[in-house]
Ligand binder design. Structure first.
Ligand SMILES: C[S@@+](CC[C@H](N)C(=O)[O-])C[C@H]1O[C@@H](n2cnc3c(N)ncnc32)[C@H](O)[C@@H]1O
Length: 206
């Protein structure tokens, strides 16, 4: 996601009551939450998180984003909406996952993650085997992993990886029409739909 470096973004985020930095995050910050829990990885400018948190006030949403400048844009939207069911985290999800216990999430969501097409960058793909295993462990039994992408190769790759895990159900929709109940469109999704690109969706149930 191309967003100019925003001076003051880190400070703005640090002063928000619903923000944590991944380096300071501990499981105790969410241990008291009894609602269904959702993790969105790569929040971007936050439209998905905002819409979903508004639509599902009984769920608690955790959104993580690597880029503080981008996350500060999402944070402004969330702050204006006065939501009480969201926590945003600045940082790399690879450092968050080890902090989390197993069987935690009802949903783990990956929307239009960077495809990292070069083989030598495979480890950075957010559906590479190490990441996929971590997600599987951190989903509750009956929990759902949702992956959407505009990229065919990344979709095929991700399906192969996810298919090697013991999900009880795994579906791969190569022309997703936006009709999955627990979903809303993201910034990237809207851009690609406008260009006529088909959206691919993989849903895995543990
Ligand atoms: C292509 S954008 C998609 C943004 C949004 N989900 C959407 O669909 O519009 C991918 C986002 O994931 C973030 N990201 C990439 N790798 C990440 C990681 N390891 N941990 C957290 N966020 C990551 C990027 O900074 C970027 O904002």
């Amino acid at each position: 996601m191309r967003v100019k470096f925003k001076k003051g973004a880190t400070e703005y985020l640090a002063n928000l009551p619903f923000h944590a930095h991944v380096d300071d995050f501990t499981i105790t910050q969410i241990a008291h939450i009894k609602s269904p829990l959702v993790l969105e990885i790569g929040v971007g400018k936050g439209d998905y998180l905002l819409m979903m948190a508004q639509s599902y006030p009984d769920y608690f949403f955790i959104g993580i984003e690597l880029n503080a400048s981008v996350l500060s844009i999402a944070a402004q939207k969330l702050a204006t909406a006065n939501l009480t069911n969201v926590l945003i985290i600045t940082g790399d999800v690879k450092y968050l996952l080890p902090e989390l216990k197993e069987n935690l999430f009802d949903y783990i969501i990956l929307n239009h993650s960077d495809p990292w097409p070069k083989k030598r960058h495979e480890k950075r793909r957010l559906t590479s085997p190490l990441f996929a295993n971590e997600y599987y462990k951190r989903l509750k039994k009956g929990g759902t992993l949702i992956f959407k992408t505009d990229n065919d190769d990344f979709a095929n790759y991700s399906f192969l990886i996810l298919n090697s895990l013991p999900f009880t159900e795994l579906t791969f929709n190569q022309d997703y029409q936006g009709d999955y109940a627990f979903d809303t469109k993201t910034e990237y999704e809207n851009k690609f739909i406008a260009k006529g690109v088909k959206i691919k969706m993989i849903v895995g149930k543990k």
